[in-house]
Design a binder for this molecule. Structure first.
Ligand code: SF4
Length: 218
């Protein structure tokens, strides 16, 4: 029943919005850097920060490992919270360099749950960031959860409002095929509907999910 509902939501969103082509990035490493920079800012600002890293020719694990944290902070300034995010990037590349010789290819043989636990052990890497890295950069079937996911799921009676991140992730992961491309597209579509319709004050009229049972509580 839940899986049917989740599949119907997906199909309605895909029919309306089409593929979202996430995650923009020329390389695996660029996607990871984007995931770390994307916290609490919009994508345009992330793009500016990544463009700066490219212009300075430091967008690789080794170069970010060697750059001074203050210089890195200056380069990623457009992304906001740049001092904190510079430290987070440094923590990520330190982990990669110390444990995997600085090579993302070395992660290919690491079990998904172990990799997730290791990513969550990196200072400043929270669940949404770790799962974005796993799904969008490393092609693991992990469902990424955010505030949009929670809002749609709660308003459509799929989960209780008190549900935490892991319960939301389990809702999607346990009721859908373990398909990286499906999880990729589904998360992107939830972000789209959350931005355009399922805002804090819902705009159900015209929403692709309008015909499904829902309750916005206002
Ligand atoms: S805006 Fe309304 S119809 Fe659309 S997803 Fe939110 S609750 Fe559902």
């Amino acid at each position: 029943m839940t899986s049917e509902k989740l599949t119907e939501i997906y199909q309605l969103l895909l029919e309306r919005f089409g593929p979202q082509h996430w995650w923009p990035g020329e390389t695996q490493f660029e996607i990871i850097v984007g995931a770390i920079l994307a916290q609490n800012t919009n994508w345009t600002n992330v793009e500016k920060a990544i463009a700066n890293l490219k212009s300075a020719d430091v967008l690789s694990p080794e170069k970010l490992h060697n750059i001074e944290v203050s210089q890195l902070a200056e380069l990623i300034r457009p992304a906001g919270y740049y001092n904190i995010k510079a430290k987070r990037l440094k923590s990520f590349v330190s982990w990669l360099c110390e444990n995997y010789d600085g090579k993302l290819t070395e992660l290919e043989n690491v079990d998904t749950e172990r990799l997730r636990a290791e990513l969550l052990g990196i200072k400043g890497v929270g669940r949404e960031t770790a799962d974005s890295i796993l799904l969008y950069a490393i092609d693991r079937p992990i469902f990424v959860v955010d505030a949009y996911t929670a809002r749609v799921a709660v308003r459509h009676g799929l989960i209780e409002p008190e549900a935490d991140y892991e319960q939301l992730r389990d809702l999607f992961q346990s009721n859908l095929p373990q398909d990286v491309q499906l999880f990729n597209e589904y998360h992107a579509l939830l972000v789209r509907v959350g931005k355009e319709f399922c805002r804090p004050k819902a705009r159900c009229a015209g929403c692709p999910l309008e015909k499904l049972p829902h309750s916005v509580g206002d």
